[in-house]
Ligand binder design. Sequence first.
Ligand SMILES: Cc1ncc(COP(=O)(O)O)c(C=O)c1O
Length: 487
Amino acid sequence: MTDEEAGSEWLLTTERCGAVRAEGDNEVQQNESAGAGVPTERIDTPAEGGALIARTVAAAAVRDDLAARAAQLDAEDPLRGKRAEFVLDEAVYLDGNSLGALPQAVPERVREVVAREWGELRIRSWSESGWWTAPERIGDRIAPLLGAAPGQVVVGDSTSINVFKALVAAVRMADETGPAVDGVPRDEILVDAATFPTDGYIAQSVARLTGRTLRPVEAGKIPAEVSDRTAVALVNHVDYRSGRLNDLPRITAALHEAGALAVWDLCHSAGALPVGLDAHGVDLAVGCTYKYLNGGPGAPAYLYVRAEHQARFDSPLPGWNSHADPFGMNPEYVPAAGIERARVGTPDILSLLALEAALEVWEGVAVEDVRAKSLALSDFFLECVRAYVPRGRVRSVTPEPHDERGSQVALECAGAGEVMGELIRHGVIGDFRHPDVLRFGFTPLYTSFADAERAARVLAEVVAYVPGDGTASAVAAGAAEQGPTTM
Ligand SMILES: Cc1ncc(COP(=O)(O)O)c(C=O)c1O
């Protein structure tokens, strides 16, 4: 059944239901044939049935309008051809901010790496198949997406490990610049107060190891809070929970003004919006590749070290891969000259090369186009949520202004865990963050406007029967009409 057929089935089923006398107060049933949770309300009198039909017809008109708009936006989308480069199914996949979809090119490439490079060439592949240089080569492939010139990004290890490397190295660089003012050393590290937990845990450990104090500060307040005591600040570019985009140029400039360094976590921004690391003078940055870069589960992360800092980058994990002469096997450590010194041990070749194949989808794609579509998608989704979801049932915690928003929409919703479970059951895949946030990630390379419309429509259907605080009685009292939503 197509989506349009499902829509007319929805109307028909609801009308049919209007003629049926049934027990219960506006109980919501599932229409399995529609492929999604479609509400059919039970009513008590013919008069109520008439009102219901009128409401249903009005709702169908709104829905037709939004569906038509979605079709038009999809037809005009310059990135529309990219969707075919991914393995997708009937589901609406809005979890690319957690795990990106599989690019079509990856399975065959992984098969080739295993069968030919490992199976046949074996040890020769370290040189003949370019395994040894993969971390820098793939770093250079990611660099343009971060606004970085070549030679500054290396791929390997997890984001957590790269946070550790970056933060300790930053503190060591700050040490080199000596005491700040009147003999008072730079004795504090600032961390984004809303940070993804791993960054916070590691920052605590780095503070203990380096004898600093860790001070959590709201990202937007860092320019006011930074001082000549600050060695470095670790900030998330896009907040994983709310989707808020922090002002990287302003915060970085304020840190520099105070003589401190800026370490940015780009997990939720790289591949979704322009980052401009070089242009904004960022010192160090880290990020994962399994979200908007579609590298696959547990794909290796990356570390950016600004070219002018590389000679001073003193890694706290100086593994043999970062040695100037790794095969010299010298007992004495001499760091490699360039970004190689940010490596640690033997790279995870299978994951690295899967990532490299996944990055082919970026061929010919401008990050600016991705950003334009990301904003249009999330705007359209919010418009559909407002049109479909019962008033007061969800509240957006993602800022409305474009320059404060990443590529996800986070909706606070009572009963969010159960709501997301039902959404997934009905083919809309987002995720849920404790205690009450529904997250919907928009991945412009493969998310369509039709996906956004369907997700909002199914959300409306689900919240109509999953009780939230106080809303179960509101639904029972017939208050669950279409209308503006408190966002
Ligand atoms: C902002 C942010 N930082 C760090 C991480 C964790 O990275 P890893 O588990 O790859 O070390 C995540 C994971 O989702 C994240 O969203």
